[in-house]
Design a protein around this ligand. Structure first.
Ligand code: NAD
Ligand code: DAU
Length: 337
């Protein structure tokens, strides 16, 4: 039998990238469990073979539904791959409640099912659980950096990581964890930094930079995140945490200027807007363990080329994002951003 993966949040940005990656690179069958919130779309799974990918619309905090989907996962190689989350910091500042529901209660519900059935689980998390670094800090985040989350989003992701670690230690749940840096690529929601600026420019609106734009993010292409998660599923040691990053540190000012330039505008034609409250200054991942122990390496090493391809994708797929754009911008306007 080919392996069977239950991918939560598989209709979102990174989860759908993973499903496409799995279908292209393995013989696994995939069941996607996704609530199809504002951030999820069945269209993200278009073009995938129906005999290998099934979409179940539902909530990861629905214990009866989760039981029904986890019970059949028994074979060696079967696993839950847990991407589902409320994922946007700015939303967590205006209403933290869904973040508690999905990121904490949802993860708890999956862990209990994995415990009952002895199912392998991979938990997808973020570098934000470690808080932020000074701009000149010579150290980057490692598996040993203490947790110090700043926002309701990152606090609930940190809480979910700690639940997974506790279920590993107390109940012997067969889990691995990964904490990845900022992803970019096709199918990212227009609320996020890079797609927001690209689609603003398509609409003739100047890009919006929070504060002075000196905050640093460590960019990785979503395809590389997917290949790293598959590597951990195949070769990772149970109970371990792996940090995923591609040495892609850039400040927001550099990124916005590059987007403007690639789209044929004056690189200084952007607006400074109100900063994000509690805005983390710098994220940076040290991916040495993943590279040296599991032999993983990113394929997308040229950020400018990856960004240019992402811009092309948004230009060519306006129907995919147009429906979300006005409501997203209205929310930002209300927040002075
Ligand atoms: P996203 O917001 O694009 O997608 C989230 C998906 O989860 C959506 O399809 C949504 O419908 C689904 N979902 C939300 N609540 C649900 C629920 N209760 N039950 C079932 N499905 C639900 O997010 P993303 O950017 O693709 O992030 C995916 C995962 O990767 C998250 O766990 C996030 O914390 C993590 N991560 C993201 C980044 C990044 O840069 N975006 C970096 C590191 C880690
Ligand atoms: O580090 C991983 C995290 O990366 C993930 O856990 C999150 O799910 C993901 O959303 C992302 O979080 P960030 O807050 O870093 O991403 P965001 O795209 O919201 O913002 C990136 C940077 O750009 C951040 O410093 C804020 C800034 N920004 C954002 C927006 C939307 C702007 O300057 N202008 C904007 O319009």
């Amino acid at each position: 039998m080919s392996p069977h993966l239950l991918v939560t949040g598989g209709a979102g940005f990174i989860g759908s990238n993973f499903v496409h990656h799995v279908i292209a690179h393995t013989d696994a069958r995939v069941t996607v469990l996704d609530k199809l919130t504002y951030a999820g779309s069945a269209a993200n799974l278009d073009g995938l073979p129906e005999d290998r990918v099934r979409l179940v619309e539902g909530d990861i905090a629905d214990a009866a539904l989760v039981e029904e989907l986890v019970a059949p996962l028994t074979e060696e190689g079967d696993a839950i791959v847990h991407y589902a989350a409320e994922s946007h910091n700015d939303n967590s500042l205006s209403d933290p409640s869904p973040f508690l529901h999905t990121n904490i209660t949802g993860t708890f519900t999956l862990l209990e099912a994995a415990r009952r059935h002895g199912t392998r689980l991979h938990h997808v998390s973020t570098d934000e659980v470690y808080g932020d670094l000074e701009l000149d800090d010579p150290e980057r985040f490692t598996e040993h950096t203490p947790y110090n989350p700043s926002s309701p989003y990152s606090a609930t992701k940190a809480g979910s990581d700690l639940l997974v670690r506790a279920w590993v230690r107390s109940f012997g749940v067969r889990a691995t964890l990964s904490n990845c840096s900022n992803n970019y690529g096709p199918r990212q929601h227009v609320e996020k930094f890079i797609p927001r600026q690209i689609t603003n420019l398509i609409d003739g609106v100047r890009p919006r930079l929070y504060g002075a734009g000196l905050n640093v993010r460590d960019w990785i292409h979503a395809d590389d995140h997917s290949s790293a998660v598959l590597t951990i599923l195949e070769r990772g040691e149970l109970g371990r945490t792996y940090l995923i990053g591609a040495d892609g540190e850039k400040n927001n000012l550099e990124v916005v200027r590059l987007i403007l330039q690639l789209m044929g505008h004056d690189p200084d034609d952007f607006e400074h807007v109100d900063d994000r409250p509690g805005h983390d200054l710098r994220y940076a991942i040290d991916p040495t363990t993943l590279r040296e122990e599991l032999g993983w390496a990113p394929a997308h090493r040229d950020f400018e080329a990856g960004l240019a391809a992402t811009i092309d994708w948004y230009r060519e797929n306006e129907a995919w994002w147009r429906g979300q754009k006005a409501a997203t911008e209205a929310k930002y306007r209300a927040a002075g951003q």
